[in-house]
Write a protein that binds this ligand. Structure first.
Ligand code: HEM
Ligand code: HEM
Length: 185
């Protein structure tokens, strides 16, 4: 049991670092897509991908563990636990959408703008990525504060969720503006 709580704590620390790297990556790149920023080091993006893989693997172990414990106890709280499944479903969606996102941007740069071509399919995949991140990250703010031992959490979680929601809207706007720039070249 304590070995699992160690894993949960490790995952909380990894998640907190991922949140910081994700915000630097996303805000820096929204500026770049708007034509006012400078490229960020690729190593930052790939560190984020590497950490996502470790985070997802730990997530699978914890999920299997929870389901086993519930079966042993003969209870199935998960049926009522919407957040548990929302986090798992959005995590799975993220795994796929992050792959698509990396494939969109590792292509050779376009002729007119430094970054690769960004047309309707790329826009749709990018907006789905923002949506999956919004669901996953907003549903996880409170559990993360609890895991990190920050308390009392309710009010802090609400403030953080509002700040993150504003940033996620800016990310969506960043992709839309970039799409519009491509549609006029
Ligand atoms: C919704 C928020 C995000 C935005 C606005 C965004 C934007 C961008 C942009 C504009 C690039 C091209 C950068 C360049 O070539 O200079 C890029 C590349 C990349 N992104 Fe994201 N990204 C987001 C989320 C993520 C997440 C969550 C991950 C991984 C967990 C990720 C992984 C990558 C990778 C691997 C690359 C290719 C390597 C690179 O060019 O740096 N991105 N992203
Ligand atoms: C690769 C795709 C991903 C999958 C499969 C995934 C899956 C999961 C799962 C299963 C959990 C619950 C773990 C538990 O029971 O304690 C979780 C928590 C979390 N995830 Fe993800 N995730 C992914 C990507 C991301 C990304 C890109 C971010 C941030 C930008 C993120 C942020 C978080 C946070 C903050 C938590 C809460 C951690 C805690 O409560 O201690 N995840 N994720």
């Amino acid at each position: 049991m304590s070995e699992r709580s160690g894993l949960r704590r490790l995952n909380a620390l990894i998640s907190a670092v991922m949140m910081a790297l994700f915000l630097i990556h996303a805000i820096g790149n929204v500026l770049q897509m708007s034509g006012v920023g400078v490229p960020l080091p690729m190593a930052l993006s790939w560190t984020l991908v590497g950490m996502s893989c470790v985070h997802a693997a730990i997530g699978v172990v914890l999920t299997v563990d929870t389901l086993r414990a519930q079966r042993r106890a003969g209870v199935a709280y998960w049926r009522q636990n919407v957040r548990f499944w929302v986090v798992r479903a959005s995590g799975l969606a993220l795994a796929l959408l992050i792959c698509a996102h990396a494939l969109i941007f590792v292509k050779p740069a376009g002729e007119f703008l430094r970054l690769p071509a960004f047309l309707k399919p790329q826009l749709v995949l990018s907006l789905l990525l923002v949506l999956a991140l919004a669901v996953h990250v907003l549903a996880n703010v409170e559990p993360l504060l609890v895991s990190l031992g920050v308390g009392p959490t309710r009010e802090r979680a609400a403030d953080l969720m509002l700040a993150l929601a504003v940033m996620l809207v800016l990310m969506a706007i960043g992709f839309i503006l970039y799409y519009l720039r491509w549609s006029v070249v």
